[in-house]
Write a protein that binds this ligand. Sequence first.
Ligand code: HGY
Ligand code: MN
Ligand code: MN
Length: 392
Amino acid sequence: MEHEVIARCRRLADYSEEPGYITRTFLSPPMHEIHALLGAWMEQAGMGVHVDAIGNLRGVYHASRADAPRLYLGSHLDTVPHAGAFDGILGVVLGVTLVEQLAGKRMPFHIEVIGFSEEEGVRFGVPFIGSRAFAGDAIRDSRIDEAARAFGLDPSRISEAQADGGAIGYLEFHIEQGPVLESLGLPLGLVEAIVGQSRLTVRLHGQANHAGTTPMPLRRDAMPAAAEWITAVEREARATDGLVATVGRINARPGAANVIAGTVEASLDVRHPIDAVRTAAVTRLVRCAEQIGARRGITVSSETHLDQDAVPMNPELTGILERASGANLHRMTSGAGHDAMIVARRMPAAMLFLRSPGGISHHRDETVLPEDVAAALASGMRFLEYLEAQHG
Ligand code: HGY
Ligand code: MN
Ligand code: MN
């Protein structure tokens, strides 16, 4: 079955908005094909399938009795640009496969597998749109509503996407996306907590001008100001234990070779397990940009898109997952953000990592090992059996 899981993830990776790459952003056209194919596999597994008003794909495998509680399994369907074939989608395919492996056996709880519509925050710079609607904390703005309508959804019904009350909890399988499990020679990781993360846009405003006629001392060039700040971001992160800070996107305008950059917009992603360390670092980095700007006659502004505290996973649910997984398991913190950190606002949440060969992710070389997928399926099935004993 593990080879089928991998084959399905690679099949779904064909649906992309960019030929030759895996790029699938919030409610982009290829999401229709994802819903159709993944939804068909859900139906074959005996699930009732629908797409909710924010574009989450929802498959429900009913319990032996109607008034049973609900267990959620899931992850996200969207990707970063030029992604790999497993980030997010693997967790949804593993959930569907576990239901398939029940082969019609009913549990004393409903199982709902969810493919969240948007976790990466690529299309609108705002992450977790799907899971926040599920957690009852929907992000509403005209761009999101318009995208939902263009996809054929009705944003006025987003409140219906909320999770049922009294859920047993949420389990997310996900690739580790880092080097730890591979360095330990272990297939699976048990997530104890997910680090907090801040996402901002920093804007540096100078003066566009002619590249040939403007003497250097008379320039207010936003590009070297941004360059000085970006190296300061790296220096600050290297100097702060456990902090990671990244400028992943930069946009210079007007963007011509013979025009001095009047404006530069840069993204800033800052993460740390301890929220006070992260937020203090964000404050220092924004102030650093302002000080560089002041020296160069550049005005600096910033906009915060995400200020997400670190989230511990639920100890009880994680304990069951640990017992279900046996010894070949490493307890760890997740440096990547996940839908589980949002769902945890609403119900007990747990995560199981699969080893990332080469420690690489957000890249076409991202992959998983069949034996690790098999180990995750075995853990997942024992996890269901433990819950069956608890709720039977
Ligand atoms: O950026 C992250 O941490 C995740 O891949 N969305
Ligand atoms: Mn990702
Ligand atoms: Mn992910």
